[in-house]
Design a protein around this ligand. Structure first.
Ligand SMILES: N[C@@H](CCC(=O)N[C@@H](CS)C(=O)NCC(=O)O)C(=O)O
Length: 217
């Protein structure tokens, strides 16, 4: 397998966690420096025309893209340990929690959106930070309310086994940290993230533990 990755990418963080949980070590990890705009090179555009990471090439390809689709692909091709619960309602809840992060919050924070706010709309830095914090907080509030009020919540987002919901919630909380957003008002999220981070599969995937990452942000 070949993973196109960057230390700071939260979507790639999600895929790294799943690979680690499944015990898969990609043969090659290719760095796409988002700060230098390498996602827009012709070479990478040929891999993923959307010009975003992650992309994962399994065998002969073609490249897989979109982190949630990749998580489910890995779960289908490497079923142990499962990343989705059994039962349609349980699976729907887990996917829905994951999608609050991956479909509704994270897309508003990615480099191309931040760059558009800065260069096209000429929005100053404090206002851009306000934008980022607003959308991080909206998602965390929704997730916290669901987790705190559902009897399905256990050690993890859904029961006592890790699912794609935990992977996404961890990426949201770690992303909040990268953007200096305080997660203290979300105690259930914090408890689950702390539990996940005790698992080496999560800890090793952390953005600040990747090659090229700074000591801290
Ligand atoms: N919905 C996509 C998001 C992919 C995405 O936007 N990735 C970011 C890094 S986390 C990226 O490559 N951004 C490049 C850019 O915005 O120019 C997924 O979950 O895979």
């Amino acid at each position: 397998m070949k993973l196109y990755s960057f230390w700071r990418s939260l979507a790639t963080f999600r895929v790294r966690i799943a690979l680690n949980l499944k015990g898969i070590a990609p043969g090659e990890v290719i760095d796409i420096d988002l700060i230098k705009g390498k996602q827009r090179t012709d070479a990478y555009r040929a891999v993923n025309p959307q010009m975003v990471i992650p992309a994962l090439v399994d065998g002969e390809g073609p490249p897989l893209f979109q982190s949630l689709a990749i998580l489910e692909y890995l779960d289908e091709t490497h079923p142990r340990p499962p990343l989705l619960p059994t039962g349609p309602r349980a699976r729907a809840r887990v996917r829905a929690l994951a999608q609050i992060v991956a479909c509704d919050s994270h897309p508003l924070l990615v480099p191309r959106v931040r760059e558009y706010l800065e260069h096209e709309l000429r929005i100053d830095e404090p206002t851009r930070i306000k934008w980022i914090h607003h959308w991080i907080g909206e998602a965390l509030r929704a997730i916290e309310t669901n987790l705190a009020n559902s009897k399905e919540t256990g050690r993890f987002c859904h029961g006592d086994a890790v699912t794609i919901a935990d992977i996404c919630v961890v990426s949201q909380a770690v992303g909040a940290g990268l953007f200096k957003f305080d997660t203290a008002p979300f105690p259930t999220v914090r408890r689950i993230v702390d539990t996940c981070m005790q698992n080496d599969a999560f800890a090793r995937a952390h953005p600040l533990r990747q090659p090229g990452a700074p000591q801290s942000v």
